[in-house]
Design a protein around this ligand. Structure first.
Ligand code: ZN
Length: 312
């Protein structure tokens, strides 16, 4: 910022001349200043409905599986399992597509972030956890070991994938021009990771019983989406305001810690001798997702209010 001729909008890189708006040490053209701080009251209400709706749907499927449908076997079981792995992410993505603010062009970015996260999860998450570290062979040894494996290997890899998908596809583009974008793209990347985890979960078990299966896949999707959204918020804040060098690593560490603790609690690792109650997992998943998005809504409101106080 030493030379006035070098000042550019931090979103579109269009050269600016004084007077221009700034936010936390970053310069903005008028259009992008307005975009960054756009409030999204409807988005949060819709997100809460989406989370509760997914939970209600999975509870209904689990209930029907126990009472009406009876046990599936063979191909039917596998098909049902694959559908279960895909449905939570499909619902959430269609919800983002319906948000009117996303039309018309950024939709392909949503798809690209989702696909890259899924590909990275397919190549790395599985390879790192099952082939390099062989987590399932030793992590259930004792409580501390399984907790550390869950945080330092599985959760850290998942969050790194989310970070890379957002960073490589959309972070530096014009499409990433609102504070809200970090949360949306982080959530989408989390869903990409969740979808692949769920597919492998289903395939490893030759399909899954419908009841516990739907609870497991929905819980995983809710959790990965929340922790992805959390990391995405830290990334967005670092783009739109000048933040210290530790800011994004701190966000990464926080999201990894929360992700690892959660996965460990619902018994993804080291559940060998432990009976996992699917309903407890689902309740925990809903609580974590609602808690995370509520926290994000409050953080967003606070930053917007601070901004409006500075430039009424
Ligand atoms: Zn601009």
């Amino acid at each position: 910022m030493s030379n006035d001729r070098d000042i550019k909008c931090c979103v579109c890189h269009q050269p600016l001349s004084a007077p221009y708006k700034t936010l936390g040490g970053r310069a903005y053209c008028d259009r992008h200043y307005a975009m960054v701080n756009k409030p999204h009251t409807g988005f949060w209400r819709a997100t809460v409905i989406q989370i509760i709706g997914m939970a209600a749907l999975s509870a209904l499927v689990a209930f029907l599986a126990d009472t009406v449908l009876g046990p599936l076997t063979g191909t039917g079981l596998l098909v049902a399992g694959v559908l279960l792995a895909l449905i939570p992410s499909a619902l959430w993505l269609s919800f983002f597509y319906q948000q009117d603010r996303l039309e018309p062009e950024p939709k392909h970015q949503i798809a690209a972030v989702f696909i890259l996260a899924a590909l990275l999860a397919d190549v790395f998450l599985r390879r790192i956890t099952s082939e390099w570290f062989r987590v399932s062979e030793w992590a259930s040894a004792d409580t501390l070991t399984s907790l550390l494996a869950s945080i330092l290997i599985i959760a850290a890899t998942s969050q790194l994938i989310i970070y890379l998908a957002v960073r490589l596809i959309v972070y530096d583009t014009d499409e990433f021009d609102e504070r809200m974008d970090g949360i949306i793209y982080g959530t989408v990347a989390g869903l990409g990771v969740a979808t692949v985890s769920n597919l492998y979960f289903v395939l490893a078990n030759d399909g899954v019983a419908l009841g516990p299966g739907v609870v497991q896949t929905v819980t995983t999707a809710l959790a990965e989406a929340s922790f992805g959204g959390l990391l995405g918020w830290f990334m967005a804040e670092a783009k739109f305001e000048h933040k210290p060098a530790w800011w994004v690593p701190a966000g990464f560490g926080l999201a990894t810690l929360a992700n690892g603790l959660f996965s460990w609690l619902i018994g993804e690792v080291g559940a060998a001798g432990l009976r996992v109650d699917p309903w407890r997992s689902l309740a925990l998943g809903i609580a974590v997702a609602l808690g995370a998005f509520l926290l994000l809504a409050l953080l967003m409101r606070r930053t917007t209010e601070v901004t409006l106080r500075r430039f009424p």
